[in-house]
Design a protein around this ligand. Structure first.
Ligand code: NDP
Length: 330
């Protein structure tokens, strides 16, 4: 068995020397335990966000789809698959009670209509549910609303925009390459795309949403978010989902506070953690699955091959190298 250990708490952009690949020998299974072998490992921005709070020399956090290869628990039989926050490890001994560091339950993979198992880490898993609950419950989009989503071509953002389209909204996606923009507008049905790396977001947003923005699903924080919040309509809703622009920063961002826009436009701004929707978890997954089967929801994955390439997959995702969900096939 192999696992990645976080050697030190990283400052700035993660370095390969922050992690160490360690071989381990696992003990025999006890009653109620099962042994799971990783098949797909997820690389997610939250892994970077939580690195400063992890103790040095602990197994790096992360979730995976794993196959049960040995079992002393009849509820977790050999041959079935589980989704678990086991960390970046090839083999895990778990029980029905095993939870991830972030409090996620481990569960048997629901029936996926022969769709790829890897989707349990993306549109049919945590990112899909982040999009589903964050957009529908916090932003409460109505038909005719104008919805803006940042990190729009990523795991969460690409689903947010499509659910907003399903709800009849005009959707503006902000992301970091024209290739991403082409996918969003030509294949996913987004109405507008803004490349924050090459275009002036403030000006482009004014053209795309001349009357202002009703809902903003914020995946990035920083300047982009201040710009969008300053162009919201009265009573607009903002779901604060992520702050990836700050995760690798060594100094606090110098931004002009958007409080005045929030005050004068009476905006509703709410942060959320998808783990708080644990009790409705399967609702989100089944709804997204239904939309996929009905051809209303498309997905894309950027899959890196090989357990030993996890660091590469992780850092490429942090730099925008992924379209759709980034993960690793073991
Ligand atoms: P993505 O698949 O969107 O991958 C991250 C993307 O972020 C990159 O592809 C890159 O795309 C973009 N990015 C990186 N750096 C910056 C930057 N400085 N400014 C703007 N964009 C940047 O990841 P996820 O969909 O998994 O996550 C998206 C966000 O949602 C993250 O902030 C994450 O922490 C958050 N999240 C929050 C959850 C919650 O419970 N609140 C749950 C899950 C995710 P580009 O080419 O466009 O730059």
């Amino acid at each position: 068995a192999k696992k990645y250990v976080l050697v030190i708490r990283s400052e700035g952009f993660p370095k390969s020397s922050d992690f160490k690949l360690v071989e381990e020998t696992l003990p025999e299974l006890k009653e109620n335990e099962y042994l799971a072998e990783a098949v797909f490992l997820s690389v997610d921005p939250y892994m970077r966000a939580y690195m400063p709070s992890l103790e040095p020399n602990t197994t790096m956090i992360g979730s995976q789809v794993a196959k049960i290869v040995e079992s002393k628990n009849p509820d977790f039989p050999v041959g079935k698959y589980v989704v678990g926050g086991f960390g970046l490890r090839s083999h895990t001994i778990a029980t029905a009670e095993t939870k991830s560091e972030l409090g996620f339950n481990t569960f048997l993979l629901p029936h996926f209509n022969n769709l790829p198992l890897s989707l349990a880490l993306g549109v049919l898993g945590m990112p899909g549910n982040t999009a589903y609950f964050g957009l529908l419950e916090l932003c409460q989009p109505k038909p005719e609303d104008t919805v803006v989503v940042s990190a729009a071509a990523g795991a969460v953002g690409s689903i947010v925009g499509q659910i907003a389209k399903i709800k009849g909204c005009t959707v503006i996606g902000i992301a970091g390459s024209n290739e991403k923009g082409k996918w969003l507008t030509e294949e996913l049905g987004f109405d507008y795309f803004i490349n924050y790396k090459t275009q002036n977001v403030e000006e482009e947003l004014r053209k795309a949403a001349p009357k202002g923005v009703d809902c903003y699903f914020d995946n990035v924080g920083g300047d982009i978010s201040v710009t969008v919040i300053n162009q919201m309509k009265p009573f607009g809703r903002v779901a604060i989902c992520g702050d990836i622009s700050s995760y690798n920063a060594t100094e606090p961002a110098k931004i002009i506070s958007p409080i005045r826009s929030i005050l004068f436009n009476e905006l509703k701004v709410q942060g959320f953690r998808v783990s708080s929707w644990n009790e409705r978890w399967l609702e989100g997954i089944h709804k997204n699955l239904r939309w996929i089967i009905d051809g209303k929801l498309k997905y894309r994955e950027t899959i890196t091959e090989g357990f030993d390439n996890i660091f590469k997959a992780f850092t490429e995702m942090l730099q925008g190298g992924n379209i759709g969900k980034a993960s690793v096939k073991v």
